[in-house]
Ligand binder design. Structure first.
Ligand code: ATP
Ligand code: MG
Length: 384
């Protein structure tokens, strides 16, 4: 008996005239998620059917598809010819031993001899006879037995829906540059924006040799986990070693983070220009640490001339962010204890409310343009 997977999508339904465009991108993303696994995807109407795959890999395929943004729910179903005896034989296979149930029929093929209500009653009645420990509950059943009579003469039989990642297909909302540290927050920020359909180009700053290779590997691993949701990602790695050394040498110690942040933002904007990025995304959350005051964000944001800065976590508590990080699978990697460039030359008392005139005065001691050009030249690209 053949197994298929039904994929139902979310908000794409809402997109009116653009629907075809959204559906095409969603289909491409489903295909990408299954690269290397034999399968076929059809789109009969209002849903996607994955078939002709190696059935021993069903769980793996469900897992991969459930991560594709735009996926609302999935079901693993049996496909049989839409014929009453065949349908009932299959229902028996998935029927629970005990508890309450409800049969839900969806009949796209109106030439099937029984209508939905009649088929529900027929199958429900037989189940009650053959499984004495089952009861019917049409309002709050413990088990749902679903029968989908398709236009093409197939019946799909399944129980239950697996929850998908939700959101919109990646590629339908433009492209953004994600400032990806090795911390807990920025991977979650990236996940949230990718979930709204945006392609991410990740940008990581290191201060080698002050930071080590393990810190770099950790970030690559985080980008790899994120790319499991986005269908691939490019990570750009840029050295800020000389920038930090210059700040350390020429500027007041308490301004290290404030000034470094402004360099990070400038580099992000330049990278965005190169790769067609339309915004900058950070994992900042208001008041979480000294540099994330509104004054700190104003200071770092003010050097970005032409792009919006998205801070999806701005109103989140740390505990909420950690919860998300666990759900998306980045937490365990994020808490590995490797130094981030922000902890190099960390002052004892970082400026909490930097004043614009002080920042500008300190920055005058630096050759900002030369430092930026050098940093851009240090950029390495990793495709994940
Ligand atoms: P995270 O957990 O994301 O590291 P955090 O709470 O440690 O955040 P900060 O270190 O103040 O906060 O960084 C704020 C934001 O700046 C990060 O969320 C990230 O977007 C960006 N950022 C910080 N360090 C780096 C880095 N080394 N490379 C790229 N982006 C960075
Ligand atoms: Mg950090």
């Amino acid at each position: 008996m053949e197994k298929v997977i039904i994929v139902r999508y979310c908000e794409i339904h809402l997109k009116g005239k653009n629907r075809g465009y959204f559906e095409k991108i969603f289909m491409m993303n489903l295909e990408k998620a299954l690269v290397g696994i034999r399968h076929e995807i059809r789109k009969p109407s209002g849903r996607y059917i994955v078939e002709n795959f190696d059935q021993t890999r069903t769980e793996e395929i469900l897992e991969k598809l459930s991560r594709v943004f735009g996926t609302h729910t999935l079901s693993s179903a049996y496909k049989v010819p839409a014929e009453l005896e065949m349908i009932y034989d299959t229902v028996k296979k998935i029927a629970p031993e005990s508890g309450s149930f409800k049969v839900i029929t969806n009949r796209a093929n109106k030439s099937f001899p029984l209508n939905s209500m009649q088929l529900n009653a027929e199958i429900g009645g037989r189940l009650l006879q053959d499984f004495p420990n089952l009861t019917v509950d049409v309002h709050a059943p413990q088990h749902e037995i679903c029968i989908d009579i398709r236009e093409n003469g197939d019946a799909l039989i399944f129980s239950g829906h697996i929850k998908g990642a939700g959101g919109m297909p990646v590629g339908t909302s433009g492209k953004g540059v994600l400032l990806l540290s090795g911390g807990i927050d920025s991977p979650v920020a990236g996940y949230m924006i990718a979930k709204r359909g945006m392609v991410l180009e990740a940008l990581h700053f290191h201060s080698y040799p002050y930071t080590n290779m393990q810190a770099r590997e950790k970030v690559e691993e985080l980008a790899r986990i994120l790319s499991g949701y986005t269908g691939g990602m490019t990570l750009h790695v840029v050295s800020v070693t000389h920038i930090q050394e210059a700040i350390h040498k020429h500027c007041p110690a308490e301004m290290m983070i404030t000034l470094l942040r402004r360099f990070m933002m400038r580099i992000a904007e330049r990278l965005a220009e190169q790769v067609g990025g339309q915004c900058i995304i950070t994992g900042e959350s208001l008041g979480q640490v000294a540099s994330q005051t509104i004054e700190g964000m104003t200071s770092s944001g003010s050097v970005v001339e032409n792009l919006p800065i998205l801070r999806p976590l701005v109103g989140f508590d740390k505990t909420e962010i950690i919860e998300r990080a666990r759900e998306i699978g980045t937490f365990e990697t994020s808490i590995q204890p490797y130094e981030d460039c922000c902890t190099v030359f960390l002052p004892k008392h970082p400026l909490i409310r930097p004043k614009t005139e002080d920042v500008l005065r300190a920055e005058q001691k630096l050759d900002v343009e030369a430092l930026l050009e050098e940093a851009m030249l240090s950029s390495e690209t990793v495709r994940l």
